[in-house]
Design a protein around this ligand. Structure first.
Ligand code: UDP
Ligand code: MG
Length: 324
């Protein structure tokens, strides 16, 4: 067991923020009230500013300077949602840690029921979205498809319809932080750790303010990261694609041989064109799949830090912020 600071709070709330200036104050009001009720006041809120450009930081910094229960961490640039989550988890000292989005799509008030459920012995209580309000049909559809595909492809039991909104025990957080990988698909890594993980149903609200920070391109990258770090089945699929192409090639050869024996020659240009384009396409797809994995291997092999911290503001009276 890790030797914990005796002053460690019962609950740490970790919230990544990227350009959330319009919503972060409202989030703090609701989150503080909910955590107050759930813990009797023994909590901390770790806000991580993921390189915002819209004034999120001054708001966060002011809140942290006035309230010793709030810690504000600023990353030097936008390192991405998952890195901001990691920075927050590293700074959190609580016996339990709640991961929550700062846009009020995940209701802070659910912390009470989540704490109760964890008292029953769960290691992780994760929010399961029974309904998603204010999200486009495309986002809902693509998310549903993605989580089901990921489940099919990976051997890890990653829950469908769950984001990073979850309450974790200190032990789970410590285990999670011990995983060294660069690409961090937090919800998958937590599932990978195993233990008792229980869902709690909630309605995912529309954003309080601002717009999603996950445009299509980012969503695709996120999905590819998740797929490549949790499954190598696409590589196997690439081999099968190769075998299927070889089978097709054999059939075509047989066909031309039979035609030749009958005194016909297969017509030239069109058949040649189709064969060349089909087989080049297969090769390119297979190369692309290999490339995805190779690219990630290159990034992993560099062992760069996950993010760089620019500033930490905390009015904690005890031992200052946790080491980052
Ligand atoms: N976020 C972040 N860095 C990013 C993108 C998002 O810290 O590069 C934060 C964002 O401020 C929010 C959470 O991650 O608190 C989830 O992002 P968002 O709400 O945009 O995603 P969605 O709910 O639309 O999937
Ligand atoms: Mg959101």
């Amino acid at each position: 067991m890790v030797d914990r600071d005796a002053t460690a709070p019962v609950l740490s709330v970790v919230a990544p923020c990227f350009n959330e200036a319009e919503g972060v104050s409202a989030f703090l009001v609701r989150m503080t009230a909910a955590a107050e009720t759930a813990t009797g006041g023994n909590f901390e809120i770790v806000l991580v500013d993921d390189g915002s450009t819209d004034g999120t930081w001054p708001i966060m910094a002011a809140a942290a300077a006035h309230d010793p229960r709030i810690i504000a961490i600023r990353l030097r640039r936008n390192f991405g949602h998952q890195m901001a989550v990691l920075a927050g988890l590293r700074a959190a000292r609580g016996a339990r840690v709640l991961l929550i989005d700062a846009d009020l799509q995940d209701p802070p008030e659910l912390i009470g029921p989540m704490m109760c459920q964890m008292n029953g012995g769960a290691d992780v209580v994760y929010g399961r979205r029974v309904e998603r309000v204010g999200e486009t049909a495309f986002k809902r559809g693509s998310a549903a498809l993605f989580y089901r595909l990921l489940r099919q492809l990976s051997s890890v039991d990653i829950p469908v319809d769950a984001g990073d909104f979850r309450l974790m025990t200190r032990r789970v957080v410590d285990l999670l932080l011990a995983l060294p990988e660069q690409h961090r698909f937090t919800r998958g890594l937590v599932s990978w750790l195993g233990g008792r993980q229980e869902p709690i149903d909630y309605v995912r609200e529309a954003r309080f303010a601002g717009e999603t920070k996950y445009p299509l391109a980012k969503m695709l990258r996120f999905a590819l990261d998740a797929l490549t770090s949790f499954s190598i089945k696409p590589l196997r699929l690439a081999s099968w694609l190769g075998f299927a192409a070889a089978g097709l090639a054999l059939m075509l050869m047989g066909y031309s041989a039979v035609q030749w024996a009958r005194g016909h020659v297969v017509d030239g240009w069109t058949s040649l064109f189709i064969a060349v384009t089909t087989f080049s396409a297969v090769q390119l797809v297979v190369l692309g799949i290999i490339g995805e994995y190779l690219g990630r291997l290159v990034i992993e092999s560099k062992h760069r830090p996950h993010y760089i911290v620019d500033a930490v503001i905390s009015a904690r009276i005890d031992d200052g912020p946790a080491p980052l």
